[in-house]
Design a protein around this ligand. Structure first.
Ligand code: KG4
Ligand code: ZN
Length: 340
């Protein structure tokens, strides 16, 4: 079954065609990261305008690269939220129009569910359930236990900033460009991650939640005490490395706690933050006995349409064609709250 996926929740305009949730026929993306690197973050109005400009050329390229015509497509999947409203409207209106015009079924996909499906995209070996999945991006940080694609329980989530947001805000404090994750990771390569001892949040609590606001404040205080940092590259590298290490340690600590509750499961890292090499190393080091999977390529860690097409396929296959049915309501997280 060939699904055409559309992702336009933030600043990326992406269209992909994926067969049976795994084989990528094409995956096209127009990114505005460079534009927003100048503004230090995404400007919603500008992101929506870029989406309007890019959506049709990107759609055209995806069909051309896959050497496919609308007749070859079995269904359309689109990110229905959460995200920036203006950006989401471009993708959802396009998807509805194509669905009517081509006479194909339409599936609305929760953005996080797209990330959860991203380890299947282009995988040589099919990932296995049950699994623990850390989904960490600029907008969310969630820890899931899943028994199938559409059956799962939210174990924990961030109580304040998302992990990617912590990278972005930390980078801005250190004078490094947006997006913060890759620029902190690059600066950290030359730094000493033990140079500054930054706090591990909620360590005394029996919880699978995360918190990054205290860490951000701690970084702010160190920067204030060490002023000026601007002409001191060694200090910036050490701060970047220590800050990255502190974010990763907290994420790995929560994964380890979840694994204790659900042993013998695979562990999946998804979302923009899963591109972080240090996070991957520390997770594999902490759990040598299990398989730790990440998306097969960096392009499937950050926002992309192949993961939306894959998620749409799994929803259709498991007869869950509305996003409200995607996850079973659990005691820890009522579904309504998850979707909102
Ligand atoms: O999944 P994504 O593309 O968009 C959202 O759904 O938010 O994630 C973007 C986030 C940004 O906060 C970015 O700084 C972070 O992922 N990110 C990284 C890395 N690459 C992207 N964080 C840490 N290390 C990276 N290498
Ligand atoms: Zn995302």
């Amino acid at each position: 079954m060939f699904i055409l996926g559309i992702e336009s929740s933030c600043d990326e305009t992406a269209v992909a065609i994926v067969e049976d949730g795994i084989a990528v026929a094409s995956s096209t993306i127009a990114s505005t990261k460079e534009v927003f690197s100048k503004t230090g973050g995404v400007v919603p109005e500008d992101a929506a305008r870029r989406q309007v400009e890019c959506i049709l050329p990107v759609l055209h390229t995806a069909l051309k690269q896959a050497k496919m015509a609308p007749d070859n497509i079995d269904a359309i999947a689109v990110t229905r939220g959460p995200g920036l409203l203006g950006s989401l409207l471009v993708g959802t209106v396009t998807a509805r129009t194509l669905s009517l015009l081509w006479g194909k079924p339409l599936v609305g996909v929760h953005h996080t569910f797209g990330h959860l499906s991203s380890v299947w995209v282009d995988a040589d070996e099919e990932p296995q359930f049950p699994c623990i999945t850390l989904s960490a991006s600029g907008g969310h940080t969630d820890l899931w236990y899943r028994e199938s694609h559409t059956h799962g329980m939210l174990l924990g989530r961030t109580r304040d900033d998302a992990a990617g947001e912590a990278f972005d805000k930390g980078a801005s404090m250190l004078g490094l460009p947006y997006p913060g994750g890759p620029s902190i990771a690059k600066a950290a390569e030359k730094g000493d991650e033990h140079a500054f001892d930054l706090p591990l949040a909620l360590s005394g609590e029996d919880t699978l939640d995360c918190s990054f606001s205290g860490l951000k404040t701690a970084l702010k205080k160190v920067i204030r005490d060490q002023q000026p940092i601007t002409d001191n590259p060694k200090l910036i590298h050490d701060l970047a490395a220590s800050y990255q290490y502190a974010i990763c340690l907290q994420l790995v600590d929560r994964i380890k706690r979840a694994y204790k509750q659900h042993p013998k499961t695979e562990v999946h890292l998804v979302g923009g933050v899963s591109a972080n090499i240090r996070l991957r190393e520390l997770t594999r080091h902490a759990l040598p006995e299990t398989t730790v999977r990440t998306p097969t390529s960096l392009q499937y860690c950050t926002d992309n349409a192949a993961m939306i097409a894959a998620a749409g396929y799994f929803m259709l296959r498991e007869n869950k064609n509305t996003a409200t049915e995607v996850f079973e309501t659990s005691a820890t997280m009522p579904l309504d709250e998850f979707i909102s």
